[in-house]
Design a protein around this ligand. Structure first.
Ligand SMILES: [Zn+2]
Length: 214
């Protein structure tokens, strides 16, 4: 099926039509990268926000997020169908061990809401593996869409999807190259550790680790 048609279906399913400006939590992971890809085809301004983990300063997730954004911008330019204006990534410190305390980067969100009239926030969070939930996140479906804290409207496209569903979309949209830019492993090793929960989930869904590594 043609990509444009699929994006249209995606829009109908997940993204309310009247949104002009949204924020997106762009981690450099594979879930939010796919969302940015979809948003880049829609007539919406996107304000990506990246929380760098203050407990893992050796991880260069900022560069990964930038690479994801750059790949999507290039893809759009080449295909001449990039509709969104994707803004610079807003970088904010974050303690991923204590997300509620860090208010999911509320100072940054408030700034973008007040300064640029961002009205919605898009999360890439997806479900864990069946019977093997993601560490530190037991939220499911509806809970993900009703997070604590004083959010404006939240959109969680993958709230009911798991990584295998995400992998299907990557295959459908022919986005293998984008998948290989993203980072899942949480260890700061030159190659994916193959042992952390995130590596296991990646392999479970994509039959390879970060970068397509076997
Ligand atoms: Zn790993």
């Amino acid at each position: 099926m043609h990509r444009g048609k699929l994006v249209f279906i995606w829009l109908q399913m997940y993204f309310p039509k009247d949104i002009k400006k949204c924020g997106l939590f762009l981690s450099g992971g594979i879930d939010s990268a796919l969302i940015l890809y979809h948003l880049s085809k829609l007539p919406v301004e996107v304000y990506p926000i990246h929380g760098y983990d203050i407990n893992a300063s050796e991880m260069d997730t900022i560069t990964v997020a930038q690479n994801v954004k750059n790949w999507i911008l290039m893809d759009g330019i080449q295909k001449k169908d990039l509709k969104a204006k994707i803004h610079d990534i807003f970088i904010h410190p974050m303690d991923y061990g204590d997300k509620p305390k860090y208010y999911y980067m509320r100072p940054a969100r408030k700034y973008l809401e007040q300064r640029f009239a961002v009205t919605h926030w898009v999360f890439g969070t997806s479900q864990g593996m069946p019977g093997d939930e993601r560490p530190g996140n037991s939220m499911k479906g509806k809970e993900l869409q009703n997070l604590p804290d004083n959010y404006n409207d939240i959109i969680v496209p993958w709230a009911y999807k798991n990584k295998q569903d995400i992998a299907k979309e990557y295959a459908e949209f022919n986005l293998n190259e984008l998948a290989n830019i993203t980072n899942s492993c949480i260890k700061s090793t030159p190659v994916p550790c193959r042992e952390c929960w995130w590596c296991k989930e990646r392999y479970w869904a994509f039959n390879s680790y970060d970068g397509g590594v076997q």
